[in-house]
Design a protein around this ligand. Structure first.
Ligand SMILES: NC(=O)C1=CN([C@@H]2O[C@H](COP(=O)(O)OP(=O)(O)OC[C@H]3O[C@@H](n4cnc5c(N)ncnc54)[C@H](OP(=O)(O)O)[C@@H]3O)[C@@H](O)[C@H]2O)C=CC1
Ligand SMILES: CC(C)(CO)C(=O)C(=O)O
Length: 301
């Protein structure tokens, strides 16, 4: 099957490497011509959790028009980078199936501006770090959940394409439920790791970081009790353990002087709590700390 991945960052490279194990033809849309050229020449190098290196040949372009439209398109950019892609995504045939993999909640509303017949949402519980333009380190194995957000063509995507050695996936019914679960996981993990500059595993081994993470979880649950149906604190701990060697995507943004996803992860949760006249003071403090770090950052796109 032909698969196009928009965004050759940590997650885009990880997904492309694993999908190609099943002989899918992978094409990347990158922002820079330099990265596209490197990907075409060198392919992707994936360093698996067992240390094994796997190289995959791929196509890569900066121009959407050079990629196949009769393909599954996976959009693997950050939420705030979607705006720049709106025109190109709108220009794709309405029968092109799209999959969005962003953390946070903001993309659910944004996606509604697209008119495509089939749009899926995926939540990814892997840890991945982009080492250079063509190399990705797989830093923690988790489950990928995929759910239809808009499905009108009656031809669901074949989930087996997302099942490979270290990349297991399951199809679920409700996109909002999985995205809400994932946003709470990220709200517990990402801001603390970004502020303290620690790996996910240190949220368990550092007693004070652990206490803070647990308090954040309990605070969120007080305002959103429905979350307890899909997420327990044991799940939060388990994700920290499974991705213990990973630098959260928010910490990677900080280390690379990139804008963080604090608005689409924590900002949206704070707004949702406000509509119920609830406040999340601990989480709000972390929100302002990450915003302050963002403002201090040297360069943003
Ligand atoms: N990393 C992780 O462990 C995890 C990340 N996630 C989520 O996955 C999503 C992607 O994150 P991640 O891969 O880490 O982020 P990265 O910043 O590593 O990757 C984003 C990529 O998108 C590219 N991009 C941005 N704008 C465009 C554009 N207009 N056209 C083409 N490419 C573009 C960037 O290019 P350039 O390099 O040129 O800026 C970059 O390569 C985020 O929502 C994140 O929260 C979810 C689970 C785990
Ligand atoms: C799964 C996890 C927590 C991996 O670090 C992540 O989603 C992120 O870093 O954004």
């Amino acid at each position: 099957m032909k698969v196009v991945i928009v965004g050759a960052g940590a997650i885009g490279l990880l997904i492309g490497s694993y999908l190609s194990e099943r002989n899918h033809e992978i094409t990347y849309i990158t922002r820079s011509t330099v990265q596209a050229e490197k990907l075409r020449l060198q392919g992707i190098t994936l360093i698996q959790p067992n240390g094994e290196k796997v190289n995959t040949q791929v196509q890569a372009f900066t121009d959407f028009r050079l990629a196949p439209t009769e393909a599954l398109w996976i959009v693997a950019v950050k939420f705030h980078q979607l705006t720049n892609l709106e025109k190109e995504l709108q220009s794709l045939s309405l029968s092109t199936t799209l999959v969005f993999v962003q953390n946070g909640l903001a993309h659910l509303k944004w996606i509604n501006r697209l008119k495509h017949q089939d749009i899926y949402i995926a939540t990814i519980e892997h840890g991945a770090v982009k080492q250079d333009a063509t190399t990705v380190l797989h830093k923690g194995v988790g489950l990928t959940k995929i759910a239809p957000h808009i499905m009108t063509s009656k031809a669901p995507i074949d989930i087996s394409i997302f099942q490979t050695s270290f990349f297991q996936s399951e199809m679920v019914e409700d996109a909002y439920t999985i995205v809400l679960r994932k946003v709470v996981l990220n709200a517990c993990i990402n801001p603390i790791t970004a502020i303290l500059q620690i790996k996910n595993g240190e949220l368990i081994t550092n007693s004070h970081a652990f206490h803070l993470m647990k308090s954040i979880f309990e605070e969120i649950l007080l305002s959103f009790p429905e979350i307890s149906q899909t997420l327990t604190f044991e799940d939060v701990k388990e994700l920290c353990v499974k991705t213990s060697q990973n630098y959260s995507s928010m910490l990677q943004d900080r280390l690379n002087h990139r804008k963080s996803e604090i608005e689409s992860i924590v900002g949206v949760l704070l707004q949702m709590a406000a509509t119920k006249e609830r406040d999340l003071p601990l989480l709000r403090t972390l929100y302002y700390l990450v915003l302050a770090l963002d403002e201090k950052g040297e360069s943003f796109e």
